[in-house]
Design a protein around this ligand. Structure first.
Ligand code: EPZ
Length: 417
């Protein structure tokens, strides 16, 4: 079991280049099988979730290579249309392969994706969208069997702006005859990025990144090259690190427009953010505050994935911060671990009350999930002494090498296998 040990109390100083966006790379890797050809995807982060997506591509019969953050996929040799239980369980986002497999082969068999640490992760919106496009969906023996000899363009009215359901709809619609209209679509930057990738494949896409998207399938190119956008949640995590530890850092390769709600929240608590082109200068002094009231919302609201790291940073702001988590029902699993470090946080359902300004002390804590693990690393930077974070496999799902990045920013951080 690997662990990350962070010694707190040092102000940060240094710079890093941001990794590519995990939540953009995953749907784009899934969409790469739409056409029988070769795609080259650049700026792909080196993560265990990306490894899981490449395992699925190989299971389907594709050839893949991943070197120096560039993935090459040859999907001409795709022969299968199923994702077995083991691969589905490795990564909840495997459901993103449903639309692509259906569009490419006319059928798809996936084992029912389980819930995850964040709570039940239903896929009803994904399945309803596939049915709107002409697929039949049958559940048999814990497997989902979808069939669509020919997908037809349709109107898909999403009852919630689900990121994954929007992405599955866009990708499946790319292989459908005719035009598909998706309403109440998620507007996250990663959706816009997927739309740009699909356009590189020759798909006519309009409105990706807005709540109304139209997709017209047709002849797909047999090769495309695309570069993934920067990871805005990794950026939010390292901004939280400075807010917690004090200091001044530079984050390179950043996209300011993707971070509006995040920038507003940190500026409200006295963190200084200066965007210069694709570089963000972040600084925080001895005191931060006032405390915040933050409600997570679908984009362009405050992102749920940045809630745990921001909560950790709020532990330094004297006073009471209030969090309302509206997206996932179980996204405060980092709180019991923060309490072990001396934090004062009370959770009541979707609401967390954070009393900041108290000193934290190092402890042995366990990463409960990806962003909860990131929150513990942020808290460790401001804690007195050494904090050892175990179960860091969760952190490796979404951060290339947190110890490497924290050291580059001047922190004392070591990984032990
Ligand atoms: C994506 O998950 C991200 N993952 C998540 O990031 C992110 O937290 C989430 O969007 C919200 O922004 C990837 O992009 C790989 P949703 P996704 O469908 O697509 C409910 C991280 O830390 N829902 O927008 O699964 C669902 O239960 C991860 O990087 C249905 O009810 O999110 C949840 O309450 C964690 N039925 C809400 O919608 C459905 O069919 C939002 O889910 C689908 C979703």
């Amino acid at each position: 079991m690997s662990s990350l040990t962070v010694t707190g109390g040092r102000a940060l100083s240094g710079e890093i280049r941001l990794q590519g966006a995990k939540n953009s790379a995953l749907p784009i890797l899934a969409a790469s099988i739409l056409s029988a050809g070769e795609t080259v995807i650049e700026n792909v982060p080196d993560l265990t979730d990306v490894d899981a997506a490449l395992e699925i591509l190989k299971h389907l019969g594709c050839k893949t290579e991943f070197t120096d953050r560039t993935v090459w996929v040859d999907s001409t040799t795709l022969t299968r249309a199923d994702i077995p239980d083991g691969l589905m369980r490795r990564m909840r986002s495997s459901v993103l392969f449903l639309g692509p497999i259906l569009a490419r082969t006319g059928e798809a068999t996936l084992s029912m994706p389980g819930g995850c640490e964040l709570g039940p992760r239903p896929i009803d919106l994904h399945l309803a969208a596939m049915e709107r496009l002409g697929a039949t969906v049958e559940e048999r023996g814990g497997n989902l069997i979808c069939r669509a000899p020919k997908l037809r363009g349709a109107r898909i009215d999403l009852t919630a702006p689900s990121v994954g359901a929007t992405e599955n709809s866009m990708i499946a619609a790319s292989g459908a005859a005719g035009v598909t209209l998706i309403t109440n679509a998620a507007r996250e930057p990663e959706i816009r990025d997927l739309g740009c990738f699909l356009a590189a494949l020759g798909v006519r896409v309009r409105g990706a990144g807005t709540s109304t998207v139209t997709v017209e399938g047709g002849r797909l190119r047999d090769r495309a090259r695309y570069r993934v956008i920067p990871d805005r949640i990794a950026a939010a995590t390292y901004i939280a690190a400075v807010a917690a530890a004090r200091g001044r850092i530079a984050l390179r390769g950043i996209c300011e427009r993707d971070l509006t709600a995040v920038s507003d929240a940190f500026r409200q608590m006295g963190v200084c953010l200066l965007y210069r082109g694709d570089t963000l200068l972040v600084s925080a002094g001895e005191r931060i505050g006032p405390p915040l009231t933050v409600t997570t919302r679908p984009y362009p609201g405050f992102p749920t994935d940045a809630q745990p790291p921001l909560m950790a940073a709020c532990l330094r702001a004297p006073g009471t911060s209030v969090f309302v988590e509206t997206i996932f029902e179980n996204r405060y699993r980092h709180v019991p671990e923060l309490l072990r470090m001396g934090a004062d946080v009370r959770v009541d359902g979707r609401v967390a009350i954070v009393r900041g300004g108290r000193p934290l002390h190092g402890a042995i804590v366990a990463a409960p999930d990806l962003r909860g693990g990131a929150a513990l690393a942020v808290a460790a930077l401001m804690a007195e002494g050494e904090t050892r974070i175990i179960e860091t496999r969760h952190i490796s799902r979404g951060y290339e090498d947190m110890a490497r990045d924290l050291r580059a920013l001047g922190a004392v951080a070591e990984t032990e296998d």
